[in-house]
Design a binder for this molecule. Sequence first.
Ligand code: GRG
Length: 300
Amino acid sequence: MPNFYSGLECHLESIESKLDAYTSSAVGCPNRLADAIRYSVLAPGKRLRPLLAMLACGAVGGNPNEALPVACAVELIHVYSLIHDDLPCMDDDDLRRGKPTCHRQFDEATAVLAGDSLQMLAIEVICQDMPAKKIATCCEILSKAAGRTALVGGQADDLAAEGRYGAVSSDGMSEIEFLKHIHRRKTGALIEASLQLGGVAGGASMDHLRGLARFGHNIGLAFQIIDDCLDVESTSEQLGKNTRKDNTLGKLTYPSLLGLSQSHELAKRLARDAKEEIAVLGSKADKLSELADFVVERRA
Ligand code: GRG
């Protein structure tokens, strides 16, 4: 396990056990659908987003466990997006988290339905387990981050940039601006939402919430830049997913526009900027700061 996880074993255990409970059998859910949901959710992911939510909660003085429902909700949305992204009509991948993708293990229709179910399960979890006065805010943050102007919009523009979804509308932006615009939505929005949701769970002030959101904004982009670099620098064994796909698909990526070295430098600068945004929270935010470093130093 990378160093970053040391001291977080307890949070990870809580996340795994809650995800297990939230996806356990439910009356009315067909076995095959339930199996596909659990197969994808319980596969070994880094759990970066739920950890961010729990750490953000702790950083503003809350008990990290208060953020568990929103932490899991964000992971459920993330897993849905991975399942759908892997489908033949999108990225057409056969390897995810070191295992066959959901549609390969089951079938396409089941994978679509598993993804659909996870979107609603995320909302259900928040409504069921968050304190009543925080439910609406959490649902609003998560649904905006997962919706047409963020996760889905970013994905649509990403596909368009590969010429696989209608026309590209970059509205006069330079290539690098357009790439940033895609990444901020496709990857960054959910990462930013994880921080905001954790902050809300911990009762953050408006000022602290803004700082957490800006932290998320910066590390969200840094995370994607490193993801682009790893696609070139790592093997599929290391990543648990196919590599060198970006180049094959002729994708717009940071390494293709800036080169690897400048891309790494940019990611490091974003991590530094991110850490400044939460400096005001003092030592309670130390683990979040470490995470910013982990995001840019990770090898998988
Ligand atoms: C289908 C609406 C829709 C959106 C798909 C998830 C996604 C958007 C695209 C996946 C393609 C991709 C490589 C995105 C880059 C960032 C990303 C989301 C990487 C995967 O996240 P990790 O590394 O995965 O946190 P694990 O498996 O560790 O959770």
